[in-house]
Every structure is written in structure tokens, then in C-alpha cells.
Design a protein around this ligand. Structure first.
Ligand code: SAH
Length: 201
């Protein structure tokens, strides 16, 4: 799959107004993980967008690579890294095809990416994450929740669906209700999420 196959992701970064998720700062849930010292080692930010969570982790000493399908998002993430004097790597790459990476990582973060995939791509994504993580490595994943009312936004994920997706070769260590901060949309700046800590066996 290439960026050309998904022009809508590229378009979401070239409009005059930033996308709902592109808030210009890290998600508070990931700040809390960083405060606990959990965003460490060689860390992959899958679908990093403009890189705020990657740069959070880099600022706390992780060795970070952020990947995204959108070249504009990756260019912006690189600019931010250089403006802030942070040494994170950003590359255009497909999160469904992480087998191609020449290395494996200690930690993966996923902020708002799992929920973008169809059922078929979801299975590919989980296999791809397994290929990218060292055994014993940890994925911190936050996705849109079925507890969010209304129809705006990406597909809602149920806790049992998330557990089922990671039922083979993984341990879901924790799965808790959390929230995404978003740019103002339909009168709100906060939406319901699930935050999961998932270890690769
Ligand atoms: N993690 C970022 C962006 C979340 S929005 C943040 O928290 O701000 C979802 C992101 O996933 C978008 O940047 C989109 O370009 C990216 N994306 C979607 N499908 C992808 C794929 N197959 N590979 C890599 N990135 C993908």
C-alpha cells in the first residue's frame, strides 16, 4: 500500500485548518505514560502524524522513530524536531507493513491509528506490530471508544474487540477508559477513548 492509495490522509494535513486530532501537543494520556517513565528505549510511533507524541518520548530520552503514510505530516514532524532541537527520526512508511523495518523496537505507541483500519487491515496491523516489536516489548495504544456518543469521527471500538484483536501472541496488561483531546468539533474538545497496555509474547 502506498500514500497514493490513501490520498485522504495526505489531504487531512494540507487543509487550512488542522485535523481534529492534530492538536499541536501530545495527548495527555501519553504525557501520563511518559511521566511514569514508560516511553523508553527504541520506540516506534506508528501513524505518528505531525509527531507530537514522538517528540514527547524523544524529549524524555527515548530513541524515537515516527512513521506515517502522509509525506506532509512527516515533513511537519521533522520541522518540529529541528525547531525543538530533538533527535527523532521520521519516515514515510506503512504501518501495515512494518515487517520491512530493518530493526525491532522495545516500545510502540499508537495514538488514534488502530481505529482507522477495516477488520481485514486490523488483523494485518496487529501482525505488523508483532513483527516490529521485540518479544517482551510493549505497545501503548489509544483508540476511539464505543462509549463516545454520536456518529462523528472514526469507527467506535469496543473493549472486547480490542482484546480479541490482541488475543494471539499478546497479553493485554491493562485496558482503561481514557480520553483524546481534539480540536473543537461538535462543541467538544474531548472524546472517549480506550487506553491499552499490550505486551508482545
Ligand atoms: N498519531 C497521530 C495521528 C493520528 S490520526 C496523533 O496522535 O496525532 C491517524 C494517522 O494514521 C494519520 O496521521 C494517518 O496518516 C496515519 N495512517 C493511516 N493509515 C496508515 C498506515 N497504513 N500507515 C501509516 N500511517 C497511517
Amino acid at each position: 500500500m502506498t500514500e497514493q492509495a490513501h490520498p485522504e490522509w495526505e489531504a487531512s494535513y494540507t487543509r487550512d485548518t488542522p485535523a481534529a486530532w492534530d492538536i499541536g501537543r501530545p495527548q495527555p494520556a501519553f504525557v501520563r505514560l511518559a511521566d511514569k517513565g514508560l516511553l523508553s528505549g527504541l520506540l516506534l510511533d506508528a501513524g505518528c502524524g505531525t509527531g507530537e507524541n514522538s517528540l514527547l518520548a524523544a524529549g524524555r530520552g527515548a530513541d524515537v522513530i515516527g512513521i506515517d503514510l502522509s509525506p506532509t505530516a512527516i515533513a511537519r514532524a521533522r520541522e518540529k524536531a529541528s525547531e525543538r532541537g530533538l533527535a527523532a527520526r521520521f519516515e514515510v512508511a506503512d504501518a501495515l507493513d512494518l515487517e520491512r523495518l530493518a530493526f525491532t523496537v522495545d516500545t510502540v505507541i499508537d495514538s488514534g491509528v488502530f481505529h482507522v483500519f477495516s477488520d481485514e487491515d486490523r488483523a494485518r496491523y496487529v501482525a505488523s506490530l508483532a513483527a516490529a516489536l521485540k518479544p517482551g516489548g510493549v505497545c501503548y495504544l489509544m483508540c476511539f471508544s464505543d462509549r463516545q456518543p454520536g456518529t462523528w469521527g472514526p469507527r467506535r471500538i469496543r473493549a472486547d474487540e480490542l482484546r480479541a484483536a490482541f488475543s494471539d501472541g499478546w497479553v493485554v496488561e491493562s485496558l482503561t477508559a481514557d480520553t483524546f483531546d481534539v480540536n473543537p468539533v461538535e462543541g467538544t474538545t474531548r472524546v472517549e477513548a480506550w487506553l491499552a497496555t499490550i505486551t508482545r509474547l
